[in-house]
Design a protein around this ligand. Structure first.
Ligand code: ADP
Length: 945
């Protein structure tokens, strides 16, 4: 349906959306956008916004005007509504195909066209309103001083009935009426105050607060300049290397809406996706290495430079890892000043300012999963900002809003660590999904300034899809880029890295090599050569995991035998410590996954390991959760090595042990046997390896046993429980098809359901590796994950055992689907596919037509909620015409229109198999309906939607 028709059809709803609240803010924001995109002339604006006329009447005039201006203006009107309306109000409306990218282009075009200051005020109007509402008084002062405004002009702008945004608009309107010189004065004022934005309240902050802000900005800026993985070892700053990760809104368990337009960094804090207006806490969740800390760091840096988050006057960054080392009881005031930035000026005034202006303050907490204690809301209530309490109590009360209500908080965590107790207090949840394929490309090119090297690395990744899949996780992408010489050296054959363990062995070798390169090159026994270092660091890593400890003191290093030389290898880095209270050096592993890898090395290389360690490692969930486990235990753990591993209780514990177990599986695989044989006796390695295989097999059996008996008439179906995908990943690390076949032999289901299981490309590789050994065909249901095009490619090896594939809402585009269908055509059993809510367009319909022609046993094709138009429907029809098997065809929520419906109706008119057809919400009108009518006579058709 055209945008114009959409505006007409939804007139009542659009009117209601802007007027039902009684505030003119919505209408004015829409007008701001239309003005800035050049869709309204100034005269139009004045005709619409008539002071004193009812809001509804003004809105009606706007709708009439836009309708008469034509389709393009209607399209942008819908885009403006979409941008302005809160999520809840957008729910029932249809916005057609307005995309953010188009709007950006429009905006760029209009910008280029304009040159005068007045025109700049118009093109930048939405942003200027936002910036101006905090600085009305300052701007008026300047305009008055320069004679651009009279006192009565100022009074008119500042009428008490206006909100700050309305005052800002009246000011802009007034400046426009005064002409170009006044506009120039205002723009100049913006330029001068750019670096010193004042907070969004009417009064400007006291002098002490301004200088505190300055100090905080410079502290935060220094802290976030380098990434820990780059600091010291490379000249790359965060600025040089930062690559946008993929952000998605969590849908709070509801049926996911298609998310149009990518989320940007500022959206993390912004309004979009708000589920609970009352709550202050935004959660960013993602797997280890997906870039959560880096995202926060980027946000900090940009705030410190005054580039984003202008509404926040002060930003306090916290690391939960470091908060965990805080033994003292602190007040909120001490927490801010000791852990973030010590004020030089009057502390009382600064703190009072913070208390009085919660809406100007932002707190960030990185790595909630690494806090010693899991979040709980049964903790004692603590509301007093000056009274002392244990740090977790402060933190939990902050997140709940009992303390400092109104201060916005952003917290990052791995998904496993976030339970319902915390979810209740969330404003929204944003998922960080790592790099997109284009992101990988961009990162590699940023990492390698030499374009030839970058191209070679990218080519090498393209030829190794398993590795490419891994590179979606930024930390793996970093390792692969860092070890590019090793990568390029190993060619494309058997020796090239495939698994996560391979990747970490590569960086292990890389760091060791770096230290010996002056002397000589490393031989085959390179692990043995550095066995002591591996064991020292391994012991530290493992005991750290046992005590949920990720920051270590020099004494703790010593206790594990870690020497200066070991430190110099580069796996440990000095902790950034914002707290000035401690003088001793602290260390942490480059990344948590690195700590897990060293713990795994320790388990594998230590010949005196307790025999129960491996079995216990593989049952992390079965262990007792013991409250109150404390960092002070680390000393105790040092004497009880393996025992400690089994007792920790942070939220990160299970995922960390699972990552460690994954590495243990990889290291004990046959492929790495010769590497480790020089360090470990063969029989010991074999014994450990056998233990792993037994654990994996037993673990799988447990899952298989929990499969309920099928209800009569229904298929036997298994819904993956937590831990299933992890076991699959461990089996994949072993790279032994016999093990995969044996563990899978007992799985006898017809349907395997893995919806909402956080499945990305990495998991797809492992799934395909293992599932290809199933004896009987299954329906593989992967709905609501983030498989993407690369993941689809990873799944191909198991397609021959799938009779159905469900990939709803998985961010798949035409390119991915083409590869899937190409392979599917060759798979005899493959009969059904569901692709609702992906990114498919007419560019993929030809391959579906081909599938329909080639596969005369294909049963069900569901392509709802994609972007297929009449042209695509026409191509599908070509395939349908030749098909003699299809029973279900779903095209709900596309744009095939009358023409498309006619083509499909025509192609299906003689079908002897079609049972169900849906063309709902496709803009099909009378002509289409007439064409479809004869299908009803068809003897097999049961439902026509
Ligand atoms: P997490 O906090 O999710 O465990 P990190 O933010 O620590 O992950 O990321 C690990 C490493 O991956 C970083 O040190 C960096 O090398 C790389 N990385 C992560 N995100 C990005 C990004 N957006 N741009 C560039 N590199 C990134």
């Amino acid at each position: 349906m055209s945008a114009r028709q959409l505006v007409l059809r939804q007139r009542a709803e659009l009117l209601c959306a802007l007027c039902c609240g009684g505030s003119s803010e919505g209408l004015e924001s829409v007008l701001d956008l239309l003005l800035s995109w050049g869709m309204l002339f100034w005269e139009d604006y004045q005709n619409v916004r008539v002071p004193g006329r009812a809001l509804c009447a003004n809105t009606r005039v706007l709708l009439d005007l836009v309708y008469t201006k034509g389709d393009e203006t209607c399209r942008l009107l819908l885009a403006a509504f979409k941008q302005v309306l809160p999520e809840a109000q957008r729910a029932g409306l249809s916005f057609g195909n307005c995309r953010t990218a188009d709007l950006e282009n429009t905006r760029d075009d209009t910008k280029e066209l304009h040159g005068t200051a007045i025109q700049t005020l118009q093109t930048d109007r939405p942003g200027l309103v936002r910036r101006l509402r905090d600085r009305i008084e300052g701007a008026l002062e300047v305009l008055l001083d320069t004679g651009s405004f009279t006192p009565s002009d100022c009074d008119e702008v500042q009428l008490p009935v206006y909100t700050p945004s309305q005052q800002a608009r009246r000011l802009l309107d007034q400046v426009r009426s005064k002409g170009e010189p006044a506009a120039k004065v205002l723009l100049q004022y913006f330029q001068q105050t750019e670096d010193h934005p004042s907070p969004s309240n009417q009064e400007s902050p006291p002098k002490e607060c301004l200088s505190y802000q300055k100090k905080l900005r410079s502290t935060v800026s220094a802290q976030s300049h380098f990434l820990s993985t780059y600091g010291g070892t490379s000249s790359l700053s965060l600025e040089d290397i930062y690559t946008e990760g993929q952000l998605e809104l969590a849908q709070g368990g509801s049926e996911a809406q298609p998310q149009t337009g990518a989320l940007g960094l500022e959206d993390v804090v912004g309004l979009v996706g708000t589920l609970n207006q009352e709550a202050d806490t935004v959660l960013v969740s993602g797997e280890a290495g997906s870039g959560k800390s880096t995202l926060l760091q980027r946000l900090h840096l940009l705030w410190a430079r005054g580039a984003v988050l202008h509404d926040f006057f002060l930003l306090f960054p916290f690391s939960c890892r470091r908060l965990s080392s805080e033994q003292r009881e602190l007040s909120l005031r001490e927490l801010l000043f000791l852990h973030c930035c010590w004020p030089d000026g009057d502390q009382d005034r600064i703190f009072q300012f913070i208390l009085d202006h919660p809406h100007l303050i932002l707190f960030t907490f990185d790595g909630l999963d690494e806090l010693m204690q899991s979040f709980s809301d049964s903790e004692q209530r603590h509301c007093c900002p000056t009274q002392c309490a244990p740090v977790p109590t402060l933190l939990f009360n902050l997140l709940q809003g009992s303390l400092m209500k109104g201060v916005r908080k952003v917290v990052t965590s791995r998904p496993e660590a976030v339970g319902p107790a915390l979810k209740r207090y969330l404003r929204k949840e944003v998922l960080l999904k790592g790099f997109s394929p284009a992101g990988i490309d961009c990162f590699v090119r940023k990492h390698h300034r030499d374009p030839t090297v970058a191209t070679r690395v990218l080519e090498s990744l393209q030829s190794n899809t398993a590795l490419l899949g891994l590179c979606h996780i930024p930390v793996f992408c970093w390792i692969v880029s860092k070890c590019y010489k090793e990568l390029l050296g190993c060619g494309e054959g058997e020796g090239s890295p495939k698994t996560i363990t391979d990747v970490y062995l590569m960086i292990l070798q890389h760091f060791f090599q770096r230290r010996v390169s002056q002397r000589n090159t490393m031989g085959i026994g390179w692990v043995q050569e550095h066995q002591d270092t591996a064991l020292h660091l391994g012991k530290l890593a493992m005991e750290g995991l046992g005590a949920s400890c990720y920051v270590f003191t020099g004494t703790e290093l010593q206790k594990c035998g870690v020497t200066e030389e070991d430190i110099c290898m580069g796996f440990l880095i000095r902790s950034k410590d914002l707290s000035s209270s401690t003088n001793c050096k602290h260390y942490e592993f480059l990344h948590i996954t690195m700590q897990c890898f060293f713990a795994a090395l320790y388990i594998v290389l230590n010949n005196n390991l307790d025999r129960s360690t491996i079995p216990k490692l593989f049952q992390p969930q079965a262990r007792q959760q013991q409250p109150g486990f404390h960092r002070a235990c680390l000393g105790h753990c040092l004497t009880q090595q393996e025992g400690a591993l089994m007792e920790a209780n942070t939220a990160a514990e299970t995922p960390n042990l699972q990552i460690t177990a994954t590495f243990v599986s990889g290291l004990l695989s046959q492929r790495h046997r010769s590497l480790l044989l020089l360090s470990c006796p063969g029989p010991t390695l074999d014994r450990k390896s056998k233990q792993v295989v037994t654990c994996l097999s037993k673990g799988m059996q447990k899952h298989f046993k929990s499969i309920p008996r099928p209800v009569e008439g229904e298929k036997k179906s298994m819904h993956a429980m937590p831990g299933f995908v992890w076991l699959i990943k461990c089996i994949h690390e072993m790279q032994d098809s016999r093990i995969a076949r044996d563990t899978m032999a007992k799985l006898e289901v017809e349907h395997l359901k893995l919806t909402y299981c956080n499945i990305g490309p990495v998991e797809c590789t492992a799934l395909a590796y293992v599932l290809q050994h199933l004896r009987n065909p299954v329906g593989l249901q992967l709905d609501y994950n983030y498989v993407g095009d690369v993941g689809v490619e990873q799944l191909l090896p198991c397609l021959h055992v799938c009779h159905s594939v469900y990939l709803r809402h998985n961010n798949i585009s035409d390119e991915g689907i083409r590869k899937l269908i190409e392979k599917g055509i060759q798979c005899e059993r493959f009969q059904k596919i569901a692709l609702f809510n992906n990114k498919l367009t007419d560019a993929c319909t030809e391959c579906f037509a081909h599938l329909l022609k080639m596969k005369q046993n294909f049963l069900s094709l569901r392509l709802g909620n994609n972007n297929i138009t009449a042209a695509g429907a026409g191509q599908l029809a070509e395939g349908l015409r030749f098909n003699r098997s299809l029973q279900f065809l779903g095209l709900w929520g596309n744009k095939i229109g009358d023409k498309g419906a006619e083509a499909i109706a025509n192609a299906l008119k003689d079908s002897q198999t079609l049972v169900w057809l849906s063309l709902v919400d496709n803009g099909v009108g009378s002509a289409g309906a007439c064409a479809l009518a004869p299908l009803i006579k068809n003897s097999t058709l049961e439902e026509l939607w």
